[in-house]
Design a protein. Structure first.
Length: 29
């Protein structure tokens, strides 16, 4: 794997977290 591959995976992970947090918060309310 190259550094760019790791960078893309990191971005995808962050996007996933950003989308999951608001959804979890809405479900908890």
């Amino acid at each position: 794997m190259t550094l760019s591959d790791l960078h893309l995976q990191g971005k995808r992970a962050l996007v996933r977290v950003d989308f999951n947090v608001p959804l979890d918060g809405a479900q908890n309310v």
